[in-house]
Every structure is written in C-alpha cells, then in structure tokens.
Design a protein around this ligand. Structure first.
Ligand code: 6PG
Length: 471
C-alpha cells in the first residue's frame, strides 16, 4: 500500500521530523540526493519503522498516496528551487509540497504562486525547535492557502509540541506568511541570545563570577515567572559544562565570533522596510557582525584603551543579581515587543491577517524562544487584538515600572566600565524614546527645511510650512 507522507532531505531536521511523523502513525517514504545516506538511515534510526526509501524523486512520488504530501527539508535558496523543479514533472493536481526550511519569505511568496498556478499546493512552513524539537514536537508556522493547510492539519497537529491549550501549530496566513513569522521568531531569538550573553559578560567581568556561580544565577532566573525559558535553561547548561581535557569552563575556550545564516538579517531588513522600530533586535545582529571582526578587535584593544573596571554594585547571587535581572527581563520583553510590532505592521502591509494570540500560543512550546513570558504575551493580545505595543499592556507596564531603574543602573555602570551592552542600552533608549511625548525631531525637521526646503508641520496649525531660514 502507498505511504502517507514523503520527505526530501535527510539532514538532522529531516530525519527527526520523519521519525516524528512515523511515530504518529504516518507511514513515510524518504529521499536524499545521495542514496547512501538514505540507506544508512533505513538501516539505522529508520530500522523497523514504517519508513521506506526512494532512489529518485519519481520513485518517491510513485510510492505516495494521493493527494501527495511531501515535506522538503533542504537548504534554503537555490537548493529548494532545484528540488521543486525536479519533482514538479511527477506531481499531479492537488499534490502538496511543504518547505520546512528557513526560506526567505519573498521566495516562498513566489513559489506559492508558481506552484498554485500549476494546481499544486505549496506550504511555506517555519519549523523551530532544533533536532530534539523536530523529533519530540516542534513549533510549526505553516503559511499558504487555507485549503492546503487543511490537508496536512491532522499530520501537523499530531507532530507538534503540545501545551496546555493545544498543539504548537496553527494556520498562519497566505503566501510567505509562515516563513515571515519564523524569520521574526529568529530575530527575537538573536535578541535573547545576545541579552543573555551581555548578562554573562557583566557577571564575569564586573563581578568576577565563575561559570558555576553564573550558572546558579541562570538556574534561579529560570525559576521565575519573568525569565523561565528554554534559552535561559540552556545557558545554565552551557556555563556549567567543563572542558573534558582540563576541567575548566568550556565556554571560555570557545572563539568569540558568532555566525549567522540570514534570518536575523532578514528580520531587520523587513523591519526597516516596514517602518518598525526594532533597536534591541538590530543591536543583537550588529553584535554578531562586530564579534566576527576578531582580528581587528584584538589589534584595536592595544590602541583604544578601555576605562579601568572598578567595582560596581550589581546585586548578589542570592537576589538573582537584581539589576542585571531587571536588564535581562526588560530587554527580553523589548525583543518580543519589537518582533510583535514587525508582525503587526506586516499583517496589514502584506495582507497576512496575522492572528497575534495564536502566534504567541504556538511559540509557548517546542520552539527556541519558548518561555513563560509568552503566556502573558498571549493574554495581552487576547485582551486587545489591536494592541499597538506590548509595553502598553498592564502586566508589561508594571514590569517597566519595577525594572527600569535597574536597567538604567546596569547600562550606566557598564558604560563607565567600558563594557559593551548593545541590547541593554538599545532597550533603555527604546523605552525612553517610546515614553517621550516630545522628541527632538522638531529640530531635525528645521534643519531639513533649512538646507533643502523639505517643509515641516507645526504643533499649532494644520498644513506644511517653509521658512527662509538663511535670510
Ligand atoms: C529554530 C532555529 C533554527 C535556526 C538557527 C538560526 O527555531 O530551531 O531558529 O531554525 O536555524 O537557530 O540561527 P543562526 O542564524 O544563528 O544560525
């Protein structure tokens, strides 16, 4: 009999997703560009399961029941286009391709149109959770036409992580919206990773703490309502891990250069295009760029002298390094708030009609940015689906009230000590700007009108005005 589900691309994510589907009762056929990989999978982790292999795409298609459902887990970009053009000749009306990679959402937009014009279905689906999530239950963000989604709803619902109010998958919207939302998820992920790295740097350099002492603080943070999250949890693990050779903290042996595969950059590009203000997320992207300039930084450190690091009162481990915790909480909130802001504008501009409470809901489990804060984010958008900024919701307002002084203290001490805290300081400026009813852009407008007759609006009269400033 024919199989329920096909997979193209036996990378780590592909292998785990197909094992997940099979465990949930969907017999599968797998194809990989190099057949030896397929063979070793079938004789290894795939052994004894309802999973068979295909030597080519034609065989994969022939082994599947109709309408066919085929998940592609291949590299984003040209590799995805290559699979689509190689498999398309064998597909029949109603068959559905799902791209589960981190595709650029505008590529997905184009592919949905192309495939649907041939009467095939196409879903661009963000998948988050890493290898373990893929196997045990990821968070999934599928976008495309609603009817395409409905034909895989049962499969995805079973495969997804489950939280108290349901599975971590829901229809996102048309076109490339699923990949767009996954991109923004990753922008928030970049933000939180950098925020946690900044807190580590302060505890290490300003408070002289060891890996284990810092790990204890992260463990404490992970027990709180505000910071309980997957990324805080794995930071504790990373800081506790020792080098197997000499037993010292392993993180200290890791080169301080962070790579990136594109999604953080795409988030920032989209934000700039849409006019969304995302300074915390941007700061995390720039921090990776700066980190990659290692040899320049090493040279500059011999010339550009840093101020002497004095001793600063940044809390104690028993109070969770209170001001640092304030900085981490508010910056994490700012990352989510900025991500939600990009989606709010995109929802309108790209006609995605995104449902914010559902997005918060499917991020509560399975994905890399899962956290207890998402419960409050979901509540905030359930209370007010038109909410302009997360910071305006009462629970978050209260956090800002309680913690802004701590954040300001951390940023000011870090600047005095010459330690960079790009996400913390961007967050402080973000909040300070957002709560300022009159910013100094009146003067910017005056300059623009002075040198270029760009005109300006006035606070006391309607219309656009020009002044001959230089007369
Ligand atoms: C996830 C992750 C994952 C992603 C990297 C991207 O949600 O499971 O986002 O999809 O590939 O984490 O990050 P880099 O650009 O840092 O490699």
């Amino acid at each position: 009999s024919k199989a329920h589900f096909g997979l193209v691309g036996l990378g780590v994510m592909g292998e785990n997703l197909v094992l997940n589907a099979e465990r949930n009762g969907f017999s599968s056929v797998v194809y990989n560009r190099t057949y030896s990989k397929t063979e070793s999978f079938l004789l290894g982790r795939g052994l004894g399961k309802s999973i068979s292999g295909a030597k080519d795409l034609k065989e994969l298609v022939n082994k599947l029941e109709r309408p066919r459902r085929i998940l592609m887990m291949v590299k984003a970009g040209p590799a995805t286009d290559a699979v689509i053009s190689q498999i398309s000749p064998y597909l029949e009306e109603g068959d559905l391709l799902i791209d589960g990679g981190n595709a650029l959402f505008s590529d997905t937009e184009r592919r949905v149109e192309e495939l649907e014009s041939k009467s095939f279905g196409y879903i661009g689906m963000g998948v988050s959770g890493g290898a373990k999530g893929a196997l045990e239950g990821p968070s999934m963000m599928p976008g495309g036409t609603k009817s395409s989604y409905e034909s895989v709803e049962q499969l995805l619902t079973k495969m997804a992580a489950q939280v108290d109010d349901g599975p971590c998958v829901s229809y996102i919207g048309p076109g490339g919206s699923g990949h767009f939302v996954k991109t923004v998820h990753n922008g928030i992920e970049y933000g939180i990773e950098q925020i946690l790295a900044e807190s580590y740097d302060l505890m290490k350099r300003m408070c002289g703490m060891t890996g284990d002492q810092m790990a204890d603080v992260f463990a404490y943070w992970n027990s709180t309502e505000e910071l309980s999250s997957y990324l805080v949890e794995i930071t504790e693990t990373c800081l506790r891990t020792k080098d197997s050779v000499d037993g010292t903290d392993l993180v200290e042996k890791i080169m301080d250069k962070a790579g990136q595969k594109g999604t953080g950059l795409w988030t920032v590009i989209s934000a700039l295009e849409l006019g969304a203000s995302v300074p915390t997320i941007y700061a995390s992207l720039n921090a990776r760029v700066m980190s990659s300039l290692k040899s320049q930084r090493v040279y500059a450190s011999t010339l550009l002298k840093e101020p002497l690091i004095g001793s600063y009162e940044l809390g104690t481990p028993s109070d969770g390094m209170s001001p640092i915790m304030d900085a981490v909480v508010l910056s994490t909130i700012a990352s989510y708030a900025q991500g939600m802001e990009i989606m709010r504008i995109a929802s309108h501009e790209y006609n995605y009609d995104l449902h914010m409470p559902s997005i918060a809901q499917i991020w509560k489990g399975g994905c890399i940015i899962r956290s207890r804060l998402l419960v409050h984010i979901q509540n905030a958008f359930q209370k007010d689906p038109q909410l302009k900024n997360l910071l305006l919701d009462s629970w978050f307002l209260n956090q800002v009230d309680k913690r802004i002084a701590g954040l300001a203290k951390v940023v000011s001490y870090a600047s005095q000590a010459g330690i960079p805290v790009p996400c913390f300081s961007s967050t402080l400026d973000y909040i300070n700007s957002y709560r300022t009813s009159r910013l100094p852009q009146n003067l910017v407008q005056a300059m623009r009108d002075c040198f270029g007759s760009h005109t300006y609006e006035r606070t006391d009269k309607e219309g656009f005005f020009h002044t001959e400033w230089l007369n």
